[in-house]
Ligand binder design. Sequence first.
Ligand SMILES: Nc1ncnc2c1ncn2[C@@H]1O[C@H](COP(=O)(O)OP(=O)(O)OP(=O)(O)O)[C@@H](O)[C@H]1O
Length: 624
Amino acid sequence: MSEEKLSFQAEVSRLLDIVAHSLYSNKEIFLRELISNASDACDRLRYAALTQPELTADDPDFKIDLTLDTDAKTLTIADNGIGMNREDLVENLGTIARSGTAAFMDQLDSKQDGTNLIGQFGVGFYSSYMVADKVSVISRRAGEDQAWSWVSDGRGEFTIGEAEDAPKRGTRITLHLREDQAEFADPMRLRTIVKTYSDHIPIPISLREGDKEPESLNTASAIWTRPKSEITDAQYTEFYHHVAHAFDEPWERMHFKAEGMIEYTGLLFIPASKPFDLFHPDRKHGVKLYVRRVFITDDCAELIPPYLRFLRGVIDTEDLPLNISREMLQHNPLLTKIRNGVAKRVVSELTKKAEKDPEAFEKFWNDFGAVLKEGIYEDDGQRAALLKLARFRSTTAEGMTTLADYVSRMKEGQDAIYYISGADGENIKRSPQLEGFAAKGVEVLLFSDPVDEFWITSIPDFEGKAFKSVTRGGADLGKIGGAEKDEKEGEEETGSGDTNVDSLIAFVKLTLKEQVKDVRASERLTESAVCLVADEGDIDINLERILKQHNQLDSSAQRVLEINPKHSLVKALAKRIGQEGAGDELQDAAGLLLDQARILEGETLPDPVAFARRLSGLVEKGLA
Ligand SMILES: Nc1ncnc2c1ncn2[C@@H]1O[C@H](COP(=O)(O)OP(=O)(O)OP(=O)(O)O)[C@@H](O)[C@H]1O
């Protein structure tokens, strides 16, 4: 029999090192990880057997057997699931498949204690090395003749070779328990662990000690089929850990039965914290599809709308045929009904939660709000409810506000919901375009999630109030009542200033030519001299930036340069209009006004050399 020694992927070696030296106090979870894998392996074979019944014909009953040898200090976990061939063993037990974990491992400081890692992610099969100093795996893939053996002490290498004494199908994992982990050779202890963590596993788990009769350890019925009143919180949580590969307490669970046109049961969870890859393009939801208790797939995009991709759990339906193929799942009208039903239920559950416990809801919103907002433009059915649920920061609200609350605070004469968008909530608060709104005490919503730019283009209004970007079109501030906190007029003469400012504006426009779409006197500026805005009907500045970042746009719309007629710099420049010899100086000033507005907008200057020349020229003149 040929044997081969192979090295673990570097991240696995690192992980194993952490696992073996971890002081993690909850070492018993290794068993739930192995049982969870065994149960998944049975689920996968059960599904494969729907189209290839010969795979399970000679042994149709799935089971997970634990065997304890107290003398040899070994614990064996055997299943008759799908099994692994040579490539499977090398791939699955030599590398880290889940990109999130691998990426996290890379970031992990070598001095850091891995306890956290084990608590947060669970390390699956590798957690065996918390209690064992040698693990051997013998496996035969269902339908294949050759069985394989994988052995490792978890220190950098594993041996792989053909196996003789192997189960007819499935996987047998033997843990050689470490000296200091003898407690796991105690049947009482194992019984308790299985009861605590794995009772919900819908496959019979038995324990055999030496030559004694095997005893059954779990209830072995799918937890979602049991009445709610018979399931404890702890059991729900354990199931969540199993189905979601999660290690936290779920933030919310929904256990329901839909009856009527289509029948399905759902047991869904919302995690308490945001996964690393929530915005990764390949990110999938984590809801498994079952048909009459038979696992079908954990990769059915049609089952859950993308904006609910943080959901974890199970949907089990009575109405799909058992032998449904993955292809048949696409564009299946029954699945569409289930998806819409689930979306409705989840959104209504969130609405209730938001009313009952606004603080907890705000925490959820901080983690998942940006994803949920995708539903505003993707899901016609839930759009209205999602808009009501949405929370935003604003220039004046403490914490977050709903749109309804915003509307209730609108000023007299204000007929639009104002917003400003940008990448960073704190930075956009300082935008010059907000000055006039602040002066009038008009609240402006801060849109800092990129998704805001997208849903806003498809939603004209909320309860009849149009959404309006403060960086686009006219500010309409004149119509809005309320004290102008910032009137600085009075002591300074303005009389002839207006016509001078008009002339200045005409001059700047002539000088800047096609660099701007227009130059206008600003209603929205009180502190700053200039700002850029998008013309009514043109693409918003922030949206343009996002699209360019994603290479979906390569041209820029011309912007409107707004000039603050009350600003002292503007007044001073206006006075110079028509004076002898002021032409060159004013031309430079026009260029600088535009560059200043660009800098305030966070844009890079198209011609920094010209900017520097103009600036030094004017400063020099001022000093002379
Ligand atoms: N008993 C088994 N039978 C068949 N395949 C198995 C078995 N145990 C593990 N595997 C395979 O090895 C892979 C890796 O297992 P591992 O426990 O490390 O990670 P996981 O189950 O994918 O995720 P997690 O780390 O959350 O447990 C599994 O995805 C599965 O393909």
